[in-house]
Design a protein around this ligand. Structure first.
Ligand code: PHE
Length: 339
């Protein structure tokens, strides 16, 4: 028995464990109910009385040594784990997901880039406006039904303070504060009191353009818009101008492009016509120039305006306008590689 105790003592002193599992199997081997040391305690009963004292001491010694060794191994394994988890600045980091740009912002930038190449610079203005900048200066007569074309959100009446219904108000601000030649592009959010559905929202985004100089003609307008359509939708894109009405332009037109889904053959998207409408435009009405302090006998100008949502729908076939304002990352993630 004494021999066996000595053997085990040596064995226990030299124990090694790399991880918690190793350690646990050592504990089971020596100290569990059926472990080797425990079974020596069972054999202790058969030790003769005169030897009991000595053997008992050796046995207790063995048990304590084993227990201490296992405790010691345990804390060194725990230290090792702590050590491994310490901040290591040289480790490759977890990849950080890059955000994506909003599709409307991607398309706005693209529109601004295209017109930028024609010399247009960005102009911005407030979303909360007065009646004069949004309507009166732009040749909307008081009580004229044209004001109902754009369902206005009023903040106060008399004096009328309202949310702008188009970014033409920025053009008013530019015309009253700058001398021609003027060549500005006005992107921004606009508001109209419409019931929200897949095809209408109470706010949306526009880009409007204004060019005023001597001898600006309708041909210049058409050329600029044709260039835009080809750059935006592809070289083969055709344009068509249809007569229309806006209070601030005369003559006025709406522009269609050949349907970029079917190439003009006719499909459900263009309702079989081969054409889709993308913007309104025209020559700035002389009344507008005059009310903004620009001499309409010297200068002429053209203006155009388009909805960014509409252009984005055409480019990316977004079926539901509400997607643009819901910030659903499953939608937004699809534009990861767009720009
Ligand atoms: N302001 C018009 C609208 O919001 C668009 C437009 C701009 C039309 C400039 C003609 C010229 O509908």
């Amino acid at each position: 028995m004494k021999e066996r105790i000595k053997e085990l003592l040596e064995e226990v002193k030299g124990l090694q464990a790399l991880n918690k599992e190793d350690l646990e199997s050592l504990r089971i081997k020596y100290l569990s109910k059926k472990g080797e040391i425990t079974s020596l305690f069972n054999d202790f009963r058969s030790v003769s009385n005169e030897q009991k004292r000595e053997v008992g001491q050796l046995l207790n010694d063995l048990k304590n040594t084993a227990q201490n060794k296992i405790d010691e191994l345990k804390s060194s394994i725990e230290n090792k784990i702590d050590e491994e988890n310490k901040l290591d600045l040289t480790r490759t980091p977890d990849p950080i997901e890059l955000g994506t740009r909003h599709p409307l912002s991607i398309v706005k930038t693209e529109i601004a880039d295209i017109f930028g190449r024609l010399g247009f610079v960005i102009a911005e203005g407030p979303e909360v406006e007065d009646d004069w900048h949004v309507f009166s200066a732009l040749n909307f007569p008081p009580e004229h039904p044209a004001r109902d074309m754009q369902d206005t959100f009023f903040i106060t009446r008399d004096p009328d303070v309202l949310l702008r219904t188009h970014t033409s108000s920025v053009q008013t601000r530019v015309m009253t504060s700058q001398e021609p030649p003027i060549r500005v592009l006005c992107p921004g959010r606009v508001y109209r009191n419409e019931a929200i559905s897949y095809r209408a929202h109470c706010f949306f985004h526009q880009v409007e353009g204004l060019y005023i100089d001597k001898n600006v003609s309708f041909a210049d307008l058409k050329q600029a818009l044709l260039y835009f359509a080809k750059e935006m939708f592809g070289e083969g894109t055709k344009i068509r101008l249809r007569p229309s009405y806006f209070p601030f332009t005369e003559p006025s037109a709406e522009m269609d492009i050949s349907c970029n889904l079917c190439g003009g053959k006719g499909c459900p998207f263009c309702k079989g016509t081969g054409w889709v409408e993308i913007l309104g435009c025209g020559m700035v009405d002389p009344n507008v120039l005059d009310s903004c302090g620009i001499d309409s006998k010297v200068y002429t100008g053209y203006a155009f305006g388009m909805g960014i949502e509409r252009i984005t729908n055409l480019k990316y076939q977004v079926k539901d306008l509400r997607m643009f304002s819901e910030n659903d990352v499953r939608f937004l993630n699809q534009f990861k590689s767009a720009y």
